[in-house]
Structure formats: structure tokens, C-alpha cells
Design a protein around this ligand. Sequence first.
Ligand SMILES: [Zn+2]
Length: 466
Amino acid sequence: MDVSLFLYNLIKAMAMRRTRLRSIRRVPRSEILALQRRRLAHLLEYAAKTSSFYRRRWNARVPQPEDLSRLEPLDKTTLIEHYDEVLSVKDLSLDDTRKWLNGKQDAQPKKYIFAATSGTTGQPLVIPYRLNEWREGMAYIIRSAELAIEGTWGRGSDPLSLLYLMRKRPRIAGVSTLNPIHVSARLTRSFRAGIVPSLLLSAGTPLEQQLEELNRFKPTVLGGYPSAIAPLVKAAEKNKLHISPELIVTGGETVSQALRRLVRKVWGLELFDYYGLAETLVIAGECRRHQGLHIYEDAVVLEVVDEQGKPLPPGKTGHSVLLTCLFNKTLPVIRYDVGDILSVNEEPCACGTPLKRIVSLEGRKDELLVLRRKNGQPVEVHPIVFESALLGMAEIRQFQIDVLAGEKVRITIVPHGHAGDTVPKALSALSEALSPLGIGEDVLQIRTATGIKSRRGPTDKLLLRT
Ligand SMILES: [Zn+2]
């Protein structure tokens, strides 16, 4: 796709944001819920009519919005197995997406945009979007910036108008993936469109090179996976990275409180975290109050559910989360089991945005590690437990966590200068963090190194298992 088409898409998406997706803070919650219900009714009817998979599943009946919580959830394996039947269009197939994954660009027909899931575990899945659906996804992202930018770049003029952007000329650097098939790289390309100076780096690039490029580019907006932002803010703390960002955004992995504290300390900023998937694009993001991630309820229905797929009341942490995407009708995903562990708050937010919030994102399912307690019982641990213990230690320049066979965890530390007592200090910090979980320090192996080449998956997300 050439630049002019990208630009066209971007302008269309911005126009959509201004007309259809009005400033979200001026809309009462009842209006959002009514819109969500209308769109859900339409999606269910559309899927029942055009997708043979749903027609069969629902016995040719059109479910009503209030039936949603009783519909059978859809998992990724089932979606891949029945991909061609789930599709609502006849001119696409699983085979086309496989060809596209294997580098055959023209397997993606011109009227669609394909985006691949991360595939850190299992097989990658390709989600097709019609161009107008993709633009709508872009419009939600543009609108989400509204919640973040105001207060950062000042009130007054509409912070998202094209004119404002051109005058402000933000310099955007992203440290995530250069893999062109992945949804984050595809979205970045859609937004670049030649208007905004941008630099895209792979999180797998050696740190020295990242620092060199960022020092040269001097971004005012820095975004990326939390595991990619962490070594950068540590480098800035030690005067190795000379940038003055005005906005830090993260997504794609769980962000720890320790990283938030470090960003606050070093750059004096609150970071903005976003939640998204290839299946739905970005669907939740923080406002400037940083009291959770507002869920774009006009774009998705998000249900926190128990093990039986039954919705739980607000405030309860679920076994999983089911997503229904209201704007992709090409491949309708209805009650799609994402596996993430989170809880939701429906109380009004002080920012005035009438959207409910994800208040705790305890972990993406594919990030959890299984270790053993001292009593031999298995326990699921999120890597941010380790990260939180190490990130605040000024002696540590970089670190890597590897899970070894036999449920051991190897921590590789790159100290600033001489190791000195870095290892015993790290061991004590880690023991303190693991002790409440009943895990002894015997699971830990700590070593020092002069550099780290992090192992990352096909989309440069951090891989922890060796
Ligand atoms: Zn808010």
C-alpha cells in the first residue's frame, strides 16, 4: 500500500473520529450503553446471517443482546479450525492468510488489511479487516490520544486536529517490532503516513544501537513494550539517553508499578498504558488520572468471566476475559476467549469519561510462569514480580529473566561498572519479593554478564522460556 493511500486512510480515520466518535467525555454513559447494545444487536444478526459457523452454533436463531452472556465462548483453536466458516465473506480463506504469513503479499486482497497476532505461543492468527473497519480501529486510537494528550500538551485547541498535530510536530519513536505482518507494525505504518516524524525500532535491537538512534532522533513521544522501555529509562537515569519525552506510552505486555515509578523519577512523567489485540486492535487506554484503562465500550463488549464463562460482577478478578468486537464484521469474533486476568471498575472516573475501566491487569495468560512453592505446590507467577524487585536497583543496567527446566529461574544481570555486591543485593531483593508467594530463593540462579541479547519472539515480545 503506498503512502498516499495511507494518508487517505489516516485522514478518513481522523474525520471519523470527529464525526462518528464524538468527544467521549461529552456523552452520557446511558448513550454509550445504548449505542453498544444497538451495535451488538446488529453484529449478532449479521453473524447469524452471513457466517455459517454462528448460524450452526445458534441453530439458525438470531440471539438478542441480552442473550450474549449465555452464548458459547469462542477460543483461538476453534476459531482457527473453523476459520473459513466464521468468515462472513466468501472472497477470503484461511489459506489466503497462511500464504500471506509466508510472505505472499498479494494473498491479501486490496479491500482488506490483514494483521497477525503476536504468536509468542501457539500459531499466529491473521485477522482480516475491511478498509473502513481498519479506519474505525485507527479512529479509536486517535480518540484514545484525546484522553492522554489533554493536560499533557495543554487544553484549548482540539489536540487531535490535523492542524494541531502539524503545528505541534510530535516526534514519535516506537520500540516494539519491525515485523511487518504484526498488528503493531501495521498500525504504526498506517499512522506514519509521512505527516509525523517517526522512528520505529525493534525491541530486539542491541541496547547500544537503540540509544544511539534515539539520541539522534530525540523523540518527544516514546512508546513500546514495557520490557523495551525499561532498559531505556534505566539508561536515561545513568545519563546514557539524552531525550526529553513529553509522553510515554506502553502496550503489548503487562506494565509494572516499578516501571511506572522509574519513569516518574527519571522523566517526571506518568506513563499511559494501552490494551489491545490483533483481534480487536486497541480497545482500552489510560486517561490522565491513571486510575485504570478506559474500555472503548462503543467498540467492544468486554466480559470478565469465571471458569464456566459466566460474567462476574465489577471488582471481581476473573478466570478469563471474553471479547466481542463490534466493528469487525469480516471475521466476527463473539465472546472470544482472550485468557487475560483482569478486573473492571464501573464507578465514574474523575476525568469525566463515562467508560468503565480495567483496574487491574494482573497478567496476560501467555506471560505467566509456573514455579514451585517450598511445599512443592505449583504456583503461577508473573514475571513483573522479578522485574519489580530489580528495576529499582540503580546498580543494575539491564537484566534478563529465563525460566529453565526444573522450574528454576535464571536471572542474568548486567551491572553498571563493577559487580561489587550487586548479586547479593539482587538476591535479597528477589527473595523478599518471592517470599509472600511461598517460593524459596533456591529456585533462583543469579549470574552477571557484560551484555544481554534478549530472546524475543517473532514480533519481538520478550520470551522467558528457554
Ligand atoms: Zn478516566
